[in-house]
Design a protein around this ligand. Structure first.
Ligand code: AMP
Length: 236
């Protein structure tokens, strides 16, 4: 444990409110696992990406302000994200806690989260970090294949292969790989997104709330490991 005051606020004394932060690279299965945990624990799944996409759907002032960032894949400024998360945490269904997904994305956001929780006598309960080796991430993210006739027919060369390689099970049409699933594009996305994620992971490691879980196993195994960590934290 490092700095006493922040460590105290981030770690143990969170009372019964469970503030769970999900972390993992693109392709680690973070969104799926966050959804499962939310179901199992009866907590709302708060995905900042989802909240922003909803915001774009409604023609609000804030929606217009964030559109450029979200559509270009850039990060929305910290003050906007932090205010949105604060508003979400203040909603009644978050009284027992939340599963945060996609937030915090920067150390400044992590610090802001600690501050806002400290003000209400709460703290981050656990940061669940789904670790997947980078070569496996690349394989997962480049493995998607789509039917040339119907883009609803989606396969994955490893996780959900078609019966006949390169051919759609439903209509026998050829499968193709989307341009943004190509190895070069995916590697570029990882190179851009991983360094800031590692900074946040390091921040939480330094505050004694980081719990890495192996993501290179079947999804049910990952869920079981995550639930085990939460149970241990609940008992602490
Ligand atoms: P996601 O679905 O998590 O990939 O998020 C979609 C988009 O929403 C991102 O590309 C960002 O533009 C924005 N976004 C989501 N979460 C954050 C965050 N914590 N900080 C800044 N921007 C975010």
């Amino acid at each position: 444990m490092t700095s006493e005051s922040v460590a105290g606020a981030t770690a143990r004394d969170g009372g019964t409110r469970r503030i769970i932060v999900m972390m993992g690279a693109p392709g680690a299965g973070k969104g799926t696992q966050a959804e499962r945990l939310a179901d199992e624990l009866g907590l709302p799944h708060v995905s900042t990406g989802e909240l922003f996409r909803e915001m774009l759907g409604s023609d609000s002032k804030l929606g217009r302000k964030v559109r450029g960032y979200v559509e270009s894949g850039g990060l929305v400024p910290d003050d906007i994200v932090v205010a949105m998360v604060k508003g979400r945490l203040d909603e009644p269904d978050a009284a027992g806690g939340v599963i945060l997904d996609g937030f915090p994305r920067t150390v400044a956001q992590a610090e802001a989260l600690d501050r806002m929780l400290r003000k209400v006598g709460a703290a981050v309960t656990a940061v669940l970090y789904i670790e997947v080796p980078q070569e496996m991430l690349l394989a997962r993210l480049t493995g998607r294949r789509i039917c040339t006739l119907d883009d609803q027919h989606v396969y994955h060369v490893v996780a959900m292969p078609p019966r006949k390689e390169g051919i759609c099970d439903v209509d026998g049409a050829e499968l193709y790989q989307r341009k943004d699933d190509s190895e070069k594009t995916v590697q570029g996305r990882l190179d851009q997104q991983l360094p800031p994620m590692f900074e946040v992971v390091d921040y939480y490691a330094g505050h004694d709330v980081l719990f890495p879980v192996r993501g290179d196993q079947p999804p049910d195994g990952v869920t079981a490991d995550l639930l085990r960590v939460v149970a241990v934290r609940d008992a602490a």
